[in-house]
Design a protein around this ligand. Structure first.
Ligand SMILES: NC(=O)c1ccc[n+]([C@@H]2O[C@H](COP(=O)([O-])OP(=O)(O)OC[C@H]3O[C@@H](n4cnc5c(N)ncnc54)[C@H](OP(=O)(O)O)[C@@H]3O)[C@@H](O)[C@H]2O)c1
Length: 262
């Protein structure tokens, strides 16, 4: 694994494209990565974030035409890290029904923000690799440490993250670009930020990760040059996890209702 200081030497060669820069984790990554290369930040909003050196790109990744226009002006870069952060979460049960117009059992908005936003950029990431046979690409996304457990109350979210994992593996193992694509899936436990404050305002703060902790712990993997397909988990361990019924659906639901409604 490389050290962070070595990496700053070829700063000019590196581009970090952060889709979803406007979220808490996106902003934290941008703040850190500005020291390691040129940062581009994608958001649907036109307003750029203050206090960070980066190029702001207003683009809705669900609109293929806008994605095409964006990539016609972006890159190709010798060494690009594409960080995919859009990805809604929603607790789902009979009191929190999903929107499922196509009847596949998966909430349409959760699937679209997590997966379709990425599928819309895939052709352009590949085009850049094919156009320039010396360029390299690293894909980064954030999943949940709970994706392992098939929790019924966020089935749509887990399914969507698993689809994204599959896309990452497929891109990593594509024979036409093999050896030039790396991927990093960072699984995190519950994290402080705007999304959590809206969703679970009564949660105890004791075992929450901060976006800074996620960035601190993922930087060595983010900057590692080896084209590997890597998945890491970053946790603030909660001792209650050891209890026999911690992952029982009825217990999860009780905890969540307490955290959501007090
Ligand atoms: N927070 C946690 O506890 C936690 C736990 C597990 C996993 N994660 C994952 O970590 C990632 C980052 O979390 P987050 O809370 O920062 O995510 P987020 O708020 O859902 O997404 C980040 C940003 O993406 C932008 N975005 C959404 N749709 C877009 C679109 N169609 N085109 C372009 N930009 C779009 C939004 O900014 P604009 O409104 O400016 O477009 C949003 O602020 C997510 O994938 C999430 O699932 C978080």
């Amino acid at each position: 694994m490389i050290t962070l200081n070595e990496e700053t030497e070829d700063k000019a060669e590196k581009a970090f494209v952060i889709a979803g820069i406007n979220g808490d984790i996106g902003r934290e990554f941008a703040t850190r990565l500005q020291d390691y290369g040129k940062v581009f930040g994608i958001s649907r909003k036109k307003d750029r974030l203050d206090g960070i050196i980066y190029e702001h790109i207003a683009c809705d990744l669900l609109q293929p035409k806008l994605v095409q226009e964006m990539f016609s002006q972006l890159g190709p870069f010798k060494d690009m890290t594409y960080i995919h952060l859009p990805g809604r979460f929603q607790f789902q049960d009979e009191n929190h029904p999903i929107k499922d117009r196509n009847g596949d059992g998966i909430d349409d908005d959760i699937f679209r923000t997590n997966v379709e936003t990425f599928r819309n950029v895939i052709p352009y990431l590949f085009n850049d690799l094919l156009a320039c046979p010396t360029t390299t690409l690293k894909l980064v996304a954030i999943g949940s440490a709970s994706d392992l457990y098939a929790i019924p109350y966020w089935h749509s979210f887990t399914h969507s993250k698993n689809e994204l994992r599959r896309d990452f593996r497929a891109m990593y193992g594509n024979p036409s670009t093999y050896g030039r694509v790396g991927s990093l899936f960072i699984n995190v436990s519950t994290t402080e930020g705007r999304q959590l404050s809206g969703e679970r305002p009564y949660i105890s703060k004791q075992y929450l990760l901060t976006p800074k902790e996620i960035v601190d712990q993922s930087m060595p993997y983010m900057l590692d040059k080896k084209p590997a397909c890597v998945e890491v988990t970053i946790l603030k361990p909660n001792p209650d996890f050891e209890k026999e019924d911690f992952l029982k659906p009825e217990e999860i639901r009780k905890r969540w209702y307490r955290d959501m409604y007090g």
